[in-house]
Each structure stands twice: as C-alpha cells, then as structure tokens.
Ligand binder design. Structure first.
Ligand code: PLP
Length: 382
C-alpha cells in the first residue's frame, strides 16, 4: 500500500521518534520545576524554541508552543479578538479557510463580532485589493491561509501583507501557514505577519504539537486559565518530548525545503499531466503548492473512487482529513464555483519527501485502472 495523504498527516522522521522516546525516558522533569530535572527539561524547551525561531526567521520570545495548528489558529483569532475588541469587532477572513479558522470566526460572530468571509475566484485566490477593500474602521484582524489544504491553491501573501500594513498598520495579520511550510519559501517578516500558525505533524513531526508566532508587541488574550507557561499565553505543562521532536522536524523541513519542492513539483506535474488525459476528471489544483493535486470526478462519489484506489494499493483523500467524514460537498470547492456534483467528487493526492518515482508510477497506473473500472460500473454514479 502506498500512502498519498501527506496533507492530512505525515509519518514522523525516524530521528524524531527516537528523540521523543529519549526525552520521555531521560528528561521527564517539569520545565517549571526548580531542581535539576526541571532545569534539564527547561533547557531542552529553550533550545527547541531557538531552533524553531531560527527556522522561521523570528525571535525565540516570539514563539508560543501549542498542541497543534487548531489551537494556534484559535489562540490567534479569539485571543486577538478578545484582546482588541475595544478597537473594533470586525474580522476579515476567506471563505476557503481551514475549519479551525472558519469555525473560530463563526463562533466569534455568535458572540457579537462581525466577520467578512471574502469570496475567492475560480482558482481559489483572493487579491490584496479585495482584502484592503473589506477592511473597515472597526477591523481588528485579517486571517488568511498561505496554502489551501484541499486544493493546494496559494494566496499572494506578500502582496496582501504589504498592502494591508501600508494602508492599515494597526490591523493584525494572521497567517495559517500549515500547508505551506517546508514546501514553499516562507517570509514571515516580509509578509508583515503578526501571527503565524504551524503544526508539527504535517512536517514529519509528532501529532499534538504546534506553534504560534506572535510578533513582539502584539498582545493576545489567553484561551486557557492556569499557570504562566508560554509567557502566560498558554497555560499547562509543556509537552517537552513532542516539542523537542517538533523542533527537529521544523529544522529538517526548513533545510530541505528547496530540494523537497523540486522533487514534489516533478511528481505533481506528472500526475497533473495524467489527470488531464482522463476526460472524466476535472483538475481543481494548479501549478501552485508542490505537494497537492486535487481533482473532481463529477457524478462519481469521491469515497467510491477512494476505496477503488485503495483496493489498487494507493491511499488518497476526499476533501481534507478533518471534514472527510462529513457527507456535504466541499465548502472550498463550492466557493471556487464548482457545482454540487463536482464538489462532492473531490479527491486529493498529496506527496511526501519520501516518495520515489516508482511510487508515482504506481499511483498513475492505479488512477487509470480505477477510472476505467468505475466507468464500467454505472451503478456507482450519483
Ligand atoms: N490549518 C490547515 C491549513 C490544516 O491543513 C490543518 C490540518 O489539517 C490545520 C490548520 C489544523 O492542524 P492540527 O491538525 O495541528 O490541529
């Protein structure tokens, strides 16, 4: 069986697994304790923060460790909204955001905030002009993802950040960076981001670890009540083993980004070329994120194609992992103007740095065979 669902999660690096086990076994102190065990754990935490900061090109004091990007996005959005509500109660985001942003904003709307969900064009993009036009006197936050987790569409972060900050320097800019980091160049300072979320398990690190970059000077209201860990922004004993593991994964992803992208782009282009030769399939991704190919099979239930591909030895995804068990058509594809049929038959293939040419050959063969098989079985159609 070959795994092509790296946008959902990735197998951790062997080196990350060994490190986590080693830290659990030998460095189990609470980093807040004052004895040797605590100091030992605290040192590891400090070093991990430095490694993450270095890879992101920011200061260690600007890194807040979390349990993953869902928490980072919630902390960024709700934390900023609550902290800055005296300035205004309006938030701008995009209709194709990950649920951890989309739903966090929706929850704030129920609590009296106003949210503008910007529409996207047929290719899933928003423009800097759209963003700036949506900003009002009472806007406090703009939240936009770098790379879409379903379609691999990439937003123009540099244009958006620069235009936004030029016209509205007081409006905070949050970037959900989960699907872009390690695949595309990231420039947090150049984009003028105030807040940037990452998740370890998309980068061959462990599940349950993430971080939020919080630019110096930006204040957030913490979501959890408790101790003063993470500069008072995230109460709770830090998960030292996972955070050390995450720092390793982030360092490796950073060091290998250009090479990883180069290889993935070759595979992506081969798979895209194949999809384009199959008339039943409609491509939804473009030459954007190196690791994602997304297409619809209008009239065919996505899970039927998924299981057919699985029988042929390849594991892919319908929609994103977080929402693939929901029966509705993809909100992201609908926002791009796809029909309900197209939005219900979406398949995402996502690559990892471990894949080989042979894996791609097998994927392409399985895709051809699956479509041929399903075309002969009318009954699976909607
Ligand atoms: N943002 C994006 C774009 C994602 O793809 C994901 C994961 O699917 C998340 C946020 C949530 O990350 P986590 O699984 O670490 O909570």
């Amino acid at each position: 069986m070959r795994y092509f669902d790296y946008a959902a999660t990735t197998p951790p690096f062997e080196e990350v697994i060994t490190t986590i086990a080693e830290v659990m076994r030998r460095h189990y102190g609470n980093p807040s304790s004052m004895h040797r065990y605590g100091e030992d754990a605290d040192k590891l935490l400090k070093r991990s923060r430095e490694v993450c900061a270095m890879a992101l090109g920011v200061r260690p004091a600007e890194i807040v460790f979390t349990s993953g990007a869902t928490e980072s996005n919630n902390l960024a959005i709700k934390g900023a909204a609550i902290q800055y509500q005296a300035r205004g109660k309006h938030i701008v985001t995009v209709s194709t955001e990950h649920p951890s942003v989309y739903e966090a904003c929706k929850q704030l709307r129920d609590q009296g905030f106003e949210v503008t969900y910007l529409p996207v064009d047929a290719e899933g993009h928003v423009s800097a002009k759209q963003v700036c036009d949506a900003v009002r006197k009472d806007t406090i936050l703009v939240s936009i993802m770098h790379v879409n987790n379903e379609t691999g569409r990439v937003q123009p972060m540099q244009d958006i950040g620069v235009a936004l900050k030029k016209q509205f320097p007081r409006v905070l800019f949050h970037v959900d960076g989960v699907q872009g980091y390690g695949k595309l160049p990231v420039d947090i300072r150049g984009w003028q981001a105030d807040l940037y979320s990452l998740s370890a398990h998309k980068l061959r690190g462990p599940k349950g670890a993430g971080l939020l970059f919080v630019r110096e000077g930006v204040k957030l209201s913490p979501l959890l009540s408790g101790g003063s860990q993470e500069q008072g922004l995230r109460a709770g004993t830090e998960n030292v083993p996972l955070l050390v593991g995450m720092s390793k994964a982030i360092r490796l992803a950073d060091e290998r980004q250009a090479e990883t992208a180069r290889r993935m782009i070759e595979w992506r282009d081969r798979v895209v070329a194949e999809v384009e030769t199959i008339p039943q399939l409609r491509l939804n991704s473009g030459n954007e994120a190196p690791h994602i190919v997304h297409f619809s099979y209008p009239g065919m239930k996505a899970e039927v194609l998924l299981h057919t591909l699985e029988q042929l030895g390849v594991a892919v995804s319908t929609k994103s992992a977080c929402s693939s068990k929901l029966a509705e058509p993809s909100r992201v594809l609908l926002a791009m103007g796809c029909s309900e049929l197209e939005a219900s038959g979406g398949i995402r293939i996502s690559f990892g740095d471990e894949h080989t040419e042979q894996d791609i050959d097998e994927l392409i063969l399985a895709l051809r065979q699956a479509v041929a098989k399903l075309e002969s079985l009318e009954r699976w159609k909607h």
